[in-house]
Design a binder for this molecule. Structure first.
Ligand SMILES: Nc1ncnc2c1ncn2[C@@H]1O[C@H](COP(=O)(O)OP(=O)(O)OP(=O)(O)O)[C@@H](O)[C@H]1O
Ligand SMILES: [Mg+2]
Length: 241
C-alpha cells in the first residue's frame, strides 16, 4: 500500500458513442493538490465525472483510497470524496446556513466528524456575511464560496473542484485561492482541481496535468509548466496566464 488517494490507469470515458477521454493516467498523493488544465472541451469535467462514476461510461482502473471507485456517485461520495461541480448549484430558497446544514447531514459518516460552522467561517471568511442570506440573493462568486463550503462540511479526504474561479471577480478569487491552498494543511484533504486560471493554480497546486481533446499531453510541476512558454501557449486558453 502506498499513500495514494486517487489513481487513474488507462482510463477511457464516453458519452454514448462519443469518446471524451483516452487512456488517462494520474496519481494523487495524500495531502497533494493536482491541477487539471486544458482548453474548453479538453476533458477536465469528464475526468472528475469519471472519478464519481457519473454521466459517463468508463473503462480502465480508478481507485480511491486504494480500492476501486465503483458503484453510484453517492456511494463514492460517502467514502470521502467531495465534488464541487461547475454549476455550483445551491438551494435558492434556503439560507446559506440551511444549505450548509443539509450538506453536513447528507455527508455524515461514522468515521469522519463533520467540519463545524466555525471552522468553515475561519477558512472562508466571506461566509460570515453570507450565512443568513438566501441562495437566490448571492452573486456567482458568493455561490461558488458556498458550494466549496458545502463540500468541505462533510470533511472529504479527496476534493474534486471544477473550475472554481470561472467568471468570478478578482477579490473573491483571492479569497478562494487562500481557502483552497489551506485545505490540505488544515484538514489533510487531497485535491484534484480543474482550472484554467494559471495564477490560481500556481498558488494552490504543486503539480499540473494538461489535457487536450481527451488526452494527457503534459505533466510536470507548476514551476516547470509556468516556465514553459511553448506548452503554456499551446494548451491554455489565450490570456489564461
Ligand atoms: N453531457 C455530455 N454529453 C455529450 N458530450 C459531452 C457531455 N459533456 C461533455 N461532453 C463532451 O466531452 C468532451 C470533454 O468535455 P468536458 O466538459 O470534459 O471539457 P472541459 O475540459 O471540462 O471543458 P470546459 O473548460 O469548457 O468546462 C467535449 O468534447 C464535450 O463536448
Ligand atoms: Mg468543464
Amino acid at each position: 500500500m502506498n499513500d495514494s488517494v486517487l489513481t487513474l490507469q488507462r482510463v477511457d470515458a464516453s458519452y454514448g458513442p462519443a469518446q471524451a477521454l483516452f487512456g488517462i493516467d494520474l496519481d494523487l498523493a495524500q495531502g497533494e493538490t493536482i491541477a487539471l488544465l486544458g482548453r474548453n472541451g479538453a476533458g477536465k469535467t469528464t475526468t472528475l465525472r469519471a472519478v464519481m462514476n457519473l454521466m459517463v461510461r468508463r473503462t480502465g482502473r480508478i481507485d480511491v483510497f486504494g480500492s476501486p471507485a465503483k458503484g453510484p456517485a453517492d456511494a463514492i461520495a460517502r467514502r470521502g470524496v467531495g465534488w464541487v461541480p461547475d454549476d455550483r448549484r445551491i438551494f435558492p430558497t434556503l439560507t446559506v446556513r440551511e444549505n450548509l446544514r443539509l450538506a453536513q447531514r447528507a455527508g455524515r459518516s461514522k468515521d469522519r466528524a463533520p467540519v463545524s460552522f466555525d471552522e468553515v467561517l475561519e477558512i472562508l471568511p466571506i461566509m460570515k456575511r453570507l450565512i443568513d442570506r438566501r441562495g437566490s440573493a448571492l452573486s456567482g462568486g458568493e455561490q461558488q464560496a458556498v458550494a466549496i463550503a458545502r463540500a468541505i462540511m462533510a470533511r472529504p479526504r479527496l476534493l474534486l473542484l471544477d473550475e472554481p474561479t470561472e467568471g468570478l471577480a478578482p477579490v473573491i478569487v483571492d479569497e478562494l485561492e487562500q481557502a483552497v491552498a489551506d485545505l490540505p494543511g488544515r484538514f489533510g484533504m487531497s485535491i484534484l482541481l480543474a482550472e484554467q486560471n494559471l495564477r490560481f493554480v500556481q498558488r494552490t497546486a504543486r503539480r499540473v496535468i494538461v489535457l487536450e481533446t481527451g488526452r494527457l499531453v503534459y505533466s510536470g510541476t507548476v514551476e516547470e509548466f509556468a516556465a514553459n512558454d511553448d506548452v503554456r501557449e499551446r494548451y491554455l486558453a489565450i490570456g489564461a496566464a
